[in-house]
Design a protein around this ligand. Structure first.
Ligand code: E4P
Length: 226
């Protein structure tokens, strides 16, 4: 499984990259606004992220019509070779994805909540599909169950005949809220998990590791004082 960081925060991206586990980033103008950024500077910020990340950087288009999404997608893709255009799973998004994929621009179809949506995204030429987990949990539904169905359904077929460079479609487990979400996504075979930095930090931790380090330090002190 690969990990993407779901953020616009450059400090978080630099830190995660230094851990050696960062394969990419997913971001959007809302995440950038949380760092104090402005929509008018979003494209410049994507360039800053691409300069740090050696992997795909999904940048979300905020346009709503196919022509606007295609225009925005072309501009985003021109920022750096590793930009992936993030497009919502809706009719206008599918149409824009088909056009962008035909132009060789990779798309991450986001806001995916069902197997039929995922199949349509794959047929439209999406390089990545992002089923959301946490948003189902927010409405007391089972996001992991939906994710497992998407992973299984997409894995049943080969969509590489219509993707950019004939690469395999990859499933990004998105809207990840906990280390357990990551565990379950890995067990069901999701290709990628995009996680907030807080979840990535939790993934490193285990109480028995803390206890082991504690007893190691105590033993080490005893050896030094002997
Ligand atoms: C990533 O592509 C998604 O935008 C993100 O994971 C959504 O997470 P949220 O449901 O916590 O907003």
């Amino acid at each position: 499984m690969k990990f993407f960081l779901d953020t616009a925060d450059l400090t978080e991206i630099e830190e995660a990259a230094s851990w050696g586990a960062l394969a990419g980033v997913t971001t959007n103008p809302t995440l950038y606004a949380r760092t104090g950024g402005k929509l008018s500077d979003f494209h410049n910020h994507i360039k800053r992220i691409c300069d740090i990340v050696d992997g795909p950087v999904s940048a979300e288009s905020v346009a709503m019509t196919r022509d606007e999404i295609v225009r925005d997608g072309r501009e985003l893709a021109a920022i750096a070779p590793n930009v992936v255009v993030k497009v919502p799973t809706m009719v206008e998004g599918l149409a824009a994805t088909r056009t962008l994929a035909d132009e060789g621009i990779p798309v991450n179809m986001t806001l995916c909540f069902s197997v039929p949506q995922a199949i349509l995204a794959a047929r439209a030429g999406a390089r990545y599909i992002s089923p959301f987990v946490g948003r189902f949990d927010d409405i007391s539904d089972d996001g992991l169950d939906q994710l497992s169905k998407v992973v299984a359904a997409i894995g049943n077929y080969d969509y590489s005949d219509n993707t950019v460079n004939h690469e395999q479609v990859e499933i990004i487990a998105a809207s990840i809220r906990s280390a357990n979400h990551v565990t379950q996504a890995a067990l069901m075979g999701a290709d990628i998990a995009t996680v907030p930095f807080g979840v990535l930090k939790k993934m490193v931790q285990h109480p028995l590791t803390d206890r082991g380090l504690d007893s190691f330090m105590k033993d080490w002190e005893k050896v030094q004082n002997a």
